[in-house]
Design a protein around this ligand. Sequence first.
Ligand SMILES: Cc1cc2nc3c(=O)[nH]c(=O)nc-3n(C[C@H](O)[C@H](O)[C@H](O)COP(=O)(O)OP(=O)(O)OC[C@H]3O[C@@H](n4cnc5c(N)ncnc54)[C@H](O)[C@@H]3O)c2cc1C
Length: 482
Amino acid sequence: MPQNRRAFLTDALASGTALLATARSGLSGAWAQGAQPPPDTPAVIWKTAGDVAAKARAFNKRTAKTAQYRAICQTEAGVAEALEWARANAQSFSILSGGHCFEGFSQSETAVIDMSAMNSLALTPDRELVAGPGATLGEMNTATDPISYALPAGYCPTVGLGGHIGGGGIGLWSRAYGLACDHLLSARVLIANGQIVTASATENADLFWALRGGGSGSFGIITSFAFRLRPIPRATLIEMHWDLPPAEAGKFLTAWQRSSYGADRRVTSFLYAEPGAPGLLRLRLRFLSIADRATSFAAAMEIYQIARPVTEPYISEGTFLQVSDRLWPRGYMPEGYFKFASNFMARTSNAATWESTMKLLEASRGAGQALVLETLGGAIDDLPKEATAYAHRGAAKFLFQFETVSRNRSGLDKGIPIMRALQQSLSADTTGGAYVNYPDLDLPNWQNAYWGDNYERLTRIKAKYDPGNLFRHAQSVPPAKG
Ligand SMILES: Cc1cc2nc3c(=O)[nH]c(=O)nc-3n(C[C@H](O)[C@H](O)[C@H](O)COP(=O)(O)OP(=O)(O)OC[C@H]3O[C@@H](n4cnc5c(N)ncnc54)[C@H](O)[C@@H]3O)c2cc1C
């Protein structure tokens, strides 16, 4: 570790660690008498179900819960206090940072250890980023944009780092630079025995491996991250859309998959498909590039020539923050009832497969269906498959996200079977894998789908750091037996 980063990290973390030492002495005795929250301290603010502010942030209204106790942690010491209180009072708890979990694993009716206020962001002199888990991707981009460096991470500006990194973190610049978790230098983690440890290539390297793709909420509570950043001086965004009947859409999608996977790795594109006017599919393309203009425009032209878009391409050029802002408005937090599913795809689907999928999608008008198609490859596959717990390198060429949205819970009943039919229609081309950052409670054999061959190793790491399964949710990694 370079000396200036070490010094910075030491300074940044020293106050929290000192507070931890004070807070941990003798607190469980006082709290063990009942499940009343302790008084607020500078380290943690408590809310109970009666407070309006008891509601934790929840992207998906389907999963939102009001907790009896919400510990809004202000410092690393506060996280330790909150965990100690939950343990002493035998309260089950969830861990929440940005509140974007598709299946609500960060929600609880009992207690929430809420990290959203721990959202500090600091740049080191050698352009590394020290971030609290409550920092959102949008806040992070805003903090790093002035030096024209970025963490290659996901699209949505209100996603929290606390939950994002554990799944891998796929997004705008992944083909160029790799996953967000590939840029993790170290993390501070509160583990089940109450200690706060550093996980890095040289300390607790097994835990460090698990934190990079092994899913969030299984191994401990992350209290801070340190990341390496990548230079992104300029970015180009080209937007186009098409209104096509299913047969034409099918041909287009096959050609788009070939072109986008084969493109220069500094170029990426993702497609959003939904029912359009009767008989038509609306396909919206977002094409992003950090390559020079000639390379960018040549790659975009290849897609333009597959089929003429409805309007001429809309081109924006600027800093990566300007481009990200155009993709998703900074405070993006739609209200809705959602169900999602995902599949990693092993190959390009042929036009006939796409045509039948597009027929289903076209016929689903009014049922809240959409498909989000992302291209992988490039730098994601530079690392060997076993380098981190993210298990899909090399095998997965695309990530498909299936989305059902409704204004109310009952509206999902109609949409979910259609979503499953869309998934089934493309099933011959999947790797069999699914993305743990897009969890799906109805996924059979989710352990294998999320982690494949890495699963057994994850259960052994879990057994080492959390043998009693203190940190758990419906799809967390269980400890290996024996
Ligand atoms: C609109 C939208 C767009 C998205 N876009 C992308 C994308 O482009 N790329 C991508 O990879 N993903 C994307 N995601 C998925 C997102 O990365 C995951 O949902 C992620 O887990 C959210 O993190 P969070 O902190 O906001 O969520 P939370 O709901 O707070 O937490 C999610 C999980 O992480 C655990 N957790 C939270 N904080 C901590 C912590 N400090 N320590 C340990 N465990 C913790 C929680 O217990 C829970 O299991 C998107 C999600 C949404 C809703």
